[in-house]
Design a protein around this ligand. Structure first.
Ligand code: FAD
Length: 569
């Protein structure tokens, strides 16, 4: 902490964008230093961005309007290309090749962006400031704490692994979320093979050490299991031939199938391939406890509990909430949610000038439903609670304009049929005598609501949200004068911006052995080597810089020629 005796001076300096930035002498009520801007900066709106992941980096990269004073805060001073993290666990690519320093990213920009290596531990919406703790210890008093005021806050802190409070998971399992996790997994895999070679071990002990368990049959768990299988079968068994018959990879999944969010054909192919590869796939098995040597599962159908010994467990069962977000949600009355609820403009409900994007946020479908009911009520001019077919068609058109995805869904899948049914049963469409009751409409909407899934927590969504929000900030002044969004349901006029619309570009599931499943827009499915080449091309093109692109491509080539490195470092 800063010495109060020199508080009259500008005391703490940190390097930013090549220059030095000072804290002012001002203190928060808690006695913490307030990160302040220079005189000139005070005239500019302060935008504080929390996080340097997919959402935060995409926001910063796309921000072009130089009229903001931007400060980025994150405990990680680099961006990680997460889709290649599973490849780092087995040495297919190096950790360094999938990260890019955030200072390098912001240096290229014409906008003045400063970065603080710190984590935010409290968000104070009333006083418009965030509380931060530096990553490194700066003196004997420990880590520096300071306060950063904002005019606009962009929360993009991502999520953390979800353990579902399963006993022993935190202490005994590996996670796969950060680069450090991937590096740790890589060295543990090699350590397991080395330990299993030691002359003092019994065969049973060797077998246990070479039992690798992956928990979670989502895309990450499946990709890691496939990578590990390739690493073992293509590289490690050549160096550790005696391990060949002892090594076993098990994939545990609580539901009936793996890759549930993919097309059924992909799920079936993946399950068959894993069976062929000798990966032991146990579905319908929920982990209930993990000790330092054993993992216990409960069979969902029978309730039977069984245990198996293991050498390494990788836990990949989805995402949970960061403590700072949980605390913030409690403060703003969203305590019962997993992620921050935003409207379609990514604004947090009930907060002024605070936006949330990426894995820590979710667009509130309930709000969308309320808005749609408002459209219904507006169309119901005589307040009878019923609409004629013609009025109802207008409602549908209105929904399509404001919520294209939902509108299309309603039109194609459900309401279209329902309108037809009503027409059929009551006849005479020309007289417009068919009416749709508001209660009926509510029931249909709630069905649709449960069918409409929230946006998936993917890099694709996070990056698109970051780019969308940056674009809004770029055109903030212009759109204040000439709003371009849809008509407001409440109040007069239009919204400043068009709402966020996610454009799904497809998804991949690498399955090992140079085979990848690709599900592209329009439910086009492709599985095999051709999709693997598509995967290589897409990810090479999406890498954040030429340095990382060249590194990754050369490491892929090196792997083809020399195999993976098995030193574990
Ligand atoms: P993140 O990218 O996780 O970034 C969060 C940022 O916030 C980090 O910089 C972090 O340091 C920072 N932060 C955390 N706490 C604080 C705090 N208190 N204060 C300030 N900053 C904080 N998605 C795909 O679309 N395709 C894939 O192939 C794919 N593969 C994946 C593979 C793996 C192994 C993993 C883990 C994820 C994968 N994903 C993939 C999902 C994707 O990575 C996430 O959806 C995406 O990272 C979410 O972006 P985000 O910006 O919300 O969070």
């Amino acid at each position: 902490r800063l010495n109060p005796s020199i508080s009259g001076l500008l005391v703490a300096f940190t390097v930013s964008g090549g220059g030095l930035v000072a804290y002012s002498e001002a203190k928060s009520p808690d006695g913490l230093n307030i990160a302040d801007s220079s005189e000139a900066d005070n005239k500019r709106k302060r935008v504080v961005v929390l996080g340097t992941g997919w959402a935060g980096t995409s926001f910063v990269k796309n921000l072009k309007n130089a009229s903001y004073d931007v400060q980025v805060i994150s405990p990680r001073n680099y961006f990680t290309f997460t889709p290649l993290l599973p490849s780092v666990t087995c040495g297919t690519v190096e950790a360094r090749s999938i990260v890019e320093p955030i200072r390098k990213i912001v240096k290229k920009k014409s906008v003045d962006i400063r970065y603080w290596e710190a984590e935010c531990f409290k968000i104070d919406p009333e006083n418009k400031q965030v509380y931060c703790r530096a990553n490194q210890e700066t003196d004997l008093n420990g880590k520096e704490e300071f306060v950063v005021p904002y005019d606009y806050l962009v929360i993009a802190v991502g999520a953390r692994p979800n353990t579902f409070n399963t006993p022993g998971v935190e202490e005994n399992c590996h996670f796969l979320k950060e680069v450090e996790d991937a590096q740790k997994i890589r060295s543990t895999v090699v350590d397991c093979f080395e330990s299993a070679c030691l002359p003092t071990l019994s065969d049973e002990e060797r077998k246990r050490i070479l039992q690798f368990v992956v928990v979670g049959g989502g895309p990450t768990g499946v990709e890691f299991a496939a990578e590990l299988h390739d690493f073992v079968s293509e590289d490690l068994v050549k160096l550790y031939p005696r391990s060949k018959d002892l090594v076993k990879i098990t994939l545990l999944e609580a539901t009936d199938h793996i890759l549930n969010m993919f097309d059924k054909r992909i799920t079936a192919f993946a399950e068959e391939k894993f069976q062929r590869d000798g990966i032991d796939l146990k579905t319908g098995a929920m982990v209930v406890n993990v000790t330092d040597k054993e993992i216990s599962t409960k069979e969902i159908k029978t309730g039977k509990i069984s245990s198996m010994p293991y050498g390494m467990v990788v836990w990949s069962t989805g995402i949970g909430t960061h403590p700072v977000i949980r605390d913030f949600m409690r403060r703003i009355g969203q305590a019962n949610r997993r992620a921050l609820a935003t409207d379609e403009w990514l604004r947090i409900e009930g907060c002024d000038n605070i936006y949330a994007l990426g894995d820590c946020a979710t667009i509130n479908q309930r709000k969308v439903m309320e808005d749609i009911l408002a459209i219904f009520k507006k169309a119901d001019k005589d307040n009878s609670g019923t609409l004629t077919v013609k009025e109802f068609q207008e409602v549908l058109n209105d929904i399509c304009e404001r919520y294209p995805q939902l509108g299309l869904y309603l039109k194609n899948k459900r309401l279209h049929n329902i309108v037809d049914l009503l027409k059929d049963s009551k006849g005479d469409v020309a007289k417009e005598s068919i009416e749709l009751n508001i209660e009926e409409f509510k029931t249909i909407l709630s069905e649709v609501d449960s069918q409409m899934k929230n946006l998936p927590a993917t890099a694709q969504v996070a990056a698109q949200q970051g780019a969308y929000l940056a674009n809004c900030f770029n055109r903030m002044e212009e759109c204040e004068k000439n709003p371009e969004g849809p008509l407001r349901f409440r109040g007069e006029g239009r919204h400043r911006f068009r709402p966020f619309r996610y454009k799904h570009l497809g998804q991949f599931a690498p399955l090992g052995g140079e085979q990848t499943a690709a599900q592209l827009p329009g439910d086009w499915v492709s599985i095999g080597r051709s999709s693997q080449w598509l995967w290589y091309s897409v990810y090479a093109s999406k890498l954040v810089s030429w340095r990382t692109r060249v590194s990754v491509i050369s490491e892929w080539i090196m792997r083809f020629i020399f195999g993976r490195d098995s030193s574990g470092i």
